[in-house]
Design a binder for this molecule. Structure first.
Ligand SMILES: Cc1cc2nc3c(=O)[nH]c(=O)nc-3n(C[C@H](O)[C@H](O)[C@H](O)COP(=O)(O)OP(=O)(O)OC[C@H]3O[C@@H](n4cnc5c(N)ncnc54)[C@H](O)[C@@H]3O)c2cc1C
Length: 422
């Protein structure tokens, strides 16, 4: 990174890429680019101590098989592996119906040689691993507690004005600033978006029996109720992460319950599969929305992660899509850098957009459709979907198709998702 003074005395710095947002997606992209030798500046408005403090984010994420290969190739995975619990089985059921769909890693065949579908990791552990990994990366600068106040694309450079008066010049500005992306709005990129009549309650439950690596997804009339296997804890013992979708009007009442009453509600929804179940630690709520940007690119500008697409967490795929964006954009940009090409050239950015748009749209449509199909208690719809569940459960080919999608190993895979270095 070069620093100079402008005529008005403002500090101007140059970087090969500037990334606005150093969250899970932005920080991973920064590592991928810096690892390949690019000078990268990340700008995040938050304090890293806040981002990694336990109250900031109570979520766990299902890290798909393909995403794990990317994190491992970039040297991030070793910092989070201890906190990762493998998912060996997925059981999907429709409310109290005895029919369920069972995906077992044993059905995947030799190609995956016993690999799990993915891993459940606390977002906090992933953030800690990312921020540990960036230490000592000389071509990577992170400007914490700073926002992008304004930006514009002028000729061969984008000019990025920070709120402390610093000016960054770069051939490519990447917005990884989340679903409410201010940079997307500043770029006047419209989006298809709506808020679901649902919110997610997130917490951790301790239970008597071990989970044996099973992820449960139970479709209840208000929305999906997921129990995701976590690593055992010395104090709490066997644990699962809960993502409980509810009608927003019911959420304040549930959040106000004391731990005993809340645990009873949990047990009522999940039953006695794991013996006695008890909530441990705080609870969080998240509004749920769908958003898809009409384009991911403008001259010298690209959207990535939740800033480009935000989906329902029903299938635990939002972050995985963001990591596949990382893999595709990093490959396009690093290839261009090696050839000495303009990193913000529109034809390069179009390649990234073409690569990612279909996968993002397909998963968005699938998760939205599943949520609509299952989040109701209309008898004919319930019967039809139960027949569907039972039928798919007997179709190994169809099940393999769904499993490979959940693992993120379908389509033209970028190198990092294949586990190859850039
Ligand atoms: C309940 C729930 C459960 C989920 N479970 C899963 C799951 O199991 N698996 C999965 O794959 N996905 C899951 N997701 C989705 C996943 O959490 C998101 O897709 C992911 O966090 C998006 O990461 P991101 O880095 O794009 O955005 P964010 O995490 O929103 O990060 C944005 C970053 O940008 C910074 N920022 C914002 N504005 C500015 C600005 N103006 N200037 C500078 N910095 C800025 C913020 O401080 C933040 O660090 C779930 C989502 C929910 C709601």
């Amino acid at each position: 990174m070069n620093a100079t003074k402008t005529s008005r005395g403002r500090r101007t710095e140059r970087a090969d890429c500037v990334i606005a947002g150093g969250g899970l997606v932005g920080a991973t992209l920064a590592i991928a680019l810096a690892e390949a030798g690019l000078a990268v500046t990340v700008v995040d408005r938050a304090d890293p101590k806040t981002l990694t403090a336990p109250p900031y984010d109570g979520r766990t994420s299902a890290i798909a098989y393909g995403s794990q290969r990317l994190l491992d190739t970039l040297g991030i995975w070793p910092g989070m592996a201890e906190a990762a619990e493998p998912i060996h089985d997925i059981r999907v059921s429709d409310g109290g119906s005895p029919l369920f769909l069972h995906f077992s890693f044993g059905e995947l065949g030799e190609r995956y040689a016993g690999a799990p579908f993915g891993w459940i990791v606390e977002n906090r552990a992933t953030r800690l691993a990312l921020y540990e990994r960036v230490q000592g990366m000389e071509s990577l600068t992170i400007r914490w507690r700073r926002s992008v106040a304004d930006w514009s694309a002028e000729g061969a450079m984008a000019r990025v004005d920070l709120d402390d008066g610093t000016v960054l010049e770069t051939p490519l500005l990447i917005a990884a600033d989340g679903s409410d992306s201010a940079l997307r709005r500043r770029a006047r990129i419209a989006a298809t978006e709506w808020t679901y009549p649902q919110a997610a309650i997130v917490c951790v439950a301790a239970h008597e029996a071990p989970h044996r690596g099973i992820a449960h997804e139970r479709f209840l009339p208000a929305g999906p109720f997921a129990l995701l296997p976590m690593t055992d804890d010395p104090q709490a013992g066997h644990r699962s992460s809960i993502v409980w979708t509810e009608r927003p009007a019911r959420v304040p009442g549930l959040m106000a319950l004391d731990d005993d009453a809340f645990s009873e509600e949990l047990q009522h929804r999940f039953g006695d599969w794991y013996g006695e179940m008890r909530v441990v630690g705080p609870r969080w709520t998240y509004p749920l929305r769908l958003l898809h940007a009409e384009t991911y690119i403008r001259p010298r500008f690209a959207l990535i992660g939740d800033a480009a697409h935000t989906i329902h967490p029903i299938a635990g795929q939002g972050l995985n899509l963001g990591l596949r964006d990382v893999a595709a954009l990093a490959e396009v940009v690093v290839d261009a850098h090696r050839l000495g090409l303009d990193l913000g050239a529109t034809h390069l950015l179009k390649r990234y957009e073409r690569w990612r748009r279909f996968d993002n749209l397909a998963l968005m449509a699938a998760t939205d459709g599943l949520n609509r199909l299952f989040s109701n208690d209309i008898p004919p719809v319930r019967w039809a979907r139960d027949i569907g569940i039972a039928a798919v459960n007997r179709m190994p080919g169809m099940k393999r198709f769904f499993m490979q999608h959940a693992m993120g190993t379908v389509g033209v895979l970028p190198k990092l998702i294949r586990g190859e270095k850039l």
